[in-house]
Design a protein around this ligand. Structure first.
Ligand code: FES
Length: 271
């Protein structure tokens, strides 16, 4: 890791003169390293799966992977178009979930937890407490591009809509092979994923502000106070939910890919 030039960053005149990069003797580098690895695995997997355009829909049981939802172009298989066909064929470089992916990406990238994660692990600003950072200047989130982080609350509203769409997909998936009601392991995975996605979305710091912010007296708003209390409790688990939902998204997609490609059969309980 590089160090800033003399007179800048942690080597500026007003900072304590400590020659060592850090005096910490523990494995401070482990958390940022694990975070980098975890985020890389997800980004690589999600990017590949979003572009391959295969094994994303199980016609028999109406399972649609969240990576392709909503599927609203003529390039989607007809059954997967739960909301109709809005546009014609898409070139291969545009993912079929082009409507939701930019907002999902924006929601996660600007999330307060993920900021902490990638500021530390990827930008090393700083990599850990009491470890010198390599940057000469710090402008925080007051300038482009990091100024965009302030748009998180708008991505939160979009994420609510996308969670509703995923919920609708999960409900439609209660479909039997011969038509009518059906229920299999795929449904369990889809429902668990959608419940956790709601938990992650609702535990958002912006949601906490939307439900309980700008109030002078909680006593005059008992309903908002109850909702805010619930969101605040969930909010303490936001980091865990952020990671868990990355895992459940990949598991859901992977399971549907295996069933859709005929690699395994869905374990059916009904229909
Ligand atoms: Fe993480 Fe809003 S703070 S999703």
């Amino acid at each position: 890791m590089s160090v800033p030039a003399a007179g800048t960053g942690v080597r500026s005149a007003t900072r304590a003169r400590i020659a060592a990069r850090t005096l910490r003797t523990d494995r401070w580098w482990q958390p940022p390293l694990l975070t980098t690895l975890g985020l890389t695995v997800f980004v690589v997997y999600a990017t590949i799966r979003s572009f391959v355009r295969t094994a994303y829909w199980v016609e028999e049981y109406h399972y649609l992977t969240p990576f392709y939802s909503p599927c609203v172009s003529a390039s989607c298989v007809p059954g997967a178009r739960h909301f109709g066909t809005w546009v014609g064929e898409l070139p291969m470089w545009i993912p079929l979930a082009f409507l939701s992916l930019p907002f999902l990406l924006g929601f996660r990238l600007t999330c307060y937890y993920y900021r902490k994660a990638y500021y530390r692990s990827i930008w090393l600003a700083p990599p850990a407490c009491a470890v010198a950072e390599p940057h000469a200047r710090y402008t925080g989130e007051t300038r482009l591009p990091l100024l965009i982080q302030n748009s998180h609350r708008y991505f939160f509203y979009a994420a609510l809509v996308i969670s509703a769409i995923n919920t609708y997909d999960a409900i439609l998936a209660f479909h039997g092979a011969g038509g009518g009601f059906g229920f299999g392991l795929g449904n369990v995975i889809l429902v668990v994923n959608v419940v956790l996605l709601w938990a992650y979305t609702v535990s958002c710091h912006s949601c906490r502000h939307v439900t309980g912010g700008r109030l002078k007296h909680f006593s005059k708003h008992p309903l908002r106070y109850r909702v805010w209390t619930f969101v605040s409790r969930l909010n303490t688990r936001h980091m865990q939910l952020a990671w868990t939902t990355l895992g459940t998204l990949m598991i859901t997609d992977f399971y549907i890919m295996l069933v859709a490609s005929g690699t395994i059969s869905d374990l059916r309980f009904v229909g």
